[in-house]
Design a protein around this ligand. Structure first.
Ligand code: ASP
Length: 307
């Protein structure tokens, strides 16, 4: 019996300013269209989340791919993970500086490598050996981010802004999908946090933290302050609640509640099980999201859709 496909997208959870709402909505809708293009034709959840994330990596609105936050050295350093719920195969890259679409490299690792995770030069060498062209780090840097880093570093000695407050941008992108064969998958991609120390990895590309998928539990992608999310292994935490018999809607809300109550974290999560039941939750003022299913299409920047 074929399953009805479902696709959920997020484009970061933070206090998205009014003048950036349209760009975020367009971004998540374009990603949903790209992912649906795969799912609607009977393609796999894995291909769908990859294609959806590529669209957002290419969109300078988001903190992923070109246009990402700069690290302390003024470089873009990217992390991404993709995971297949049918096989539990996963591919991740961390601290890559010369890949336009780190999720493509992550997918190659999932498909073509016995390993799960590559970092830095090794990840780039793997990508290049598998036909993914490398780019210059400068190709990933845009003037908006040069100005943002300069502004931050100039005021560093003054009272420091809390980089992890809900008002600070968390523009990581992610997607979860269910395909006609009943398989689920997840992908997450990020440039990390502004002014991060070189070599710092956040939650996004770590299995079970920023991304997870298992047909027997759920597919999840998180965004927000990475360090607290890592400490709670939040994506897996939420998926396990679904395995225990809870609705994804409840598990997503509970995960964000746990994030806040246990480690004062801020962020958001999208969660989808193999029956097509889903949850969207965040404790930041806004989170860009989009959903697509047969005969149903919705997107927003605050309230999750009514279930
Ligand atoms: N979670 C990401 C990180 O800490 C940031 C984000 O979600 O925007 O690297």
């Amino acid at each position: 019996m074929p399953t009805d496909p479902v696709l959920l997208i997020h484009g970061g959870a933070w206090a998205i300013p009014d003048d950036m709402v349209e760009a975020h909505l367009n971004g998540v809708r374009n990603a949903a269209a790209a992912g649906w293009n795969v799912l609607g034709r009977g393609g796999s959840a894995l291909d769908a989340v990859e294609e959806a994330v590529v669209v957002m990596e290419d969109d300078e609105t988001f903190d992923a791919g070109r246009g990402s936050f700069l690290n302390r050295d003024g470089k873009v350093q990217l992390d991404a993970l993709i995971m297949d719920g049918a096989t539990l195969r996963a591919g991740g890259v961390g601290c890559v500086e010369h890949l336009r679409n780190p999720v493509r490299a992550a997918r190659k690792i999932l498909s073509d490598s016995p390993h799960v995770y590559f970092v830095a030069e090794g990840a780039e060498r793997f990508a290049s050996d598998h036909g993914i062209p490398l780019c210059k780090n400068e190709d990933l840097i845009i003037p908006r981010e040069v100005a943002r880093l300069r502004e931050y570093q100039e005021h560093q000695s003054e009272e420091k802004p809390n980089l992890f407050a809900p008002a600070i941008s968390h523009d990581t992108v992610g997607a979860v999908a269910l395909d006609v064969n009943g398989n689920i998958a997840a992908a997450t991609s990020t440039g990390g946090t502004l002014n991060k120390a070189p070599g710092r990895l956040g939650d996004s590309s770590l299995i079970g933290c920023g991304c997870y998928a298992d047909n027997k539990t759920a597919a999840a992608s998180t965004t927000g302050w990475g360090e607290p999310i890592m400490k709670l292994v939040l994506a897996k935490w939420a998926a396990d609640r679904v395995a225990a018999g809870n609705l994804p809607e409840w598990a997503a809300a509970e995960a964000i509640h746990y994030l806040q109550s246990r480690v004062s974290g801020h962020g958001g999560i999208i969660l989808l099980d193999a029956r097509g039941r889903f949850g969207i939750a965040h404790n930041t003022p806004r989170m860009a999201w989009a959903i697509k299913a047969r005969g149903h299409e919705d997107s927003g920047i605050s309230r999750p859709p009514a279930l």
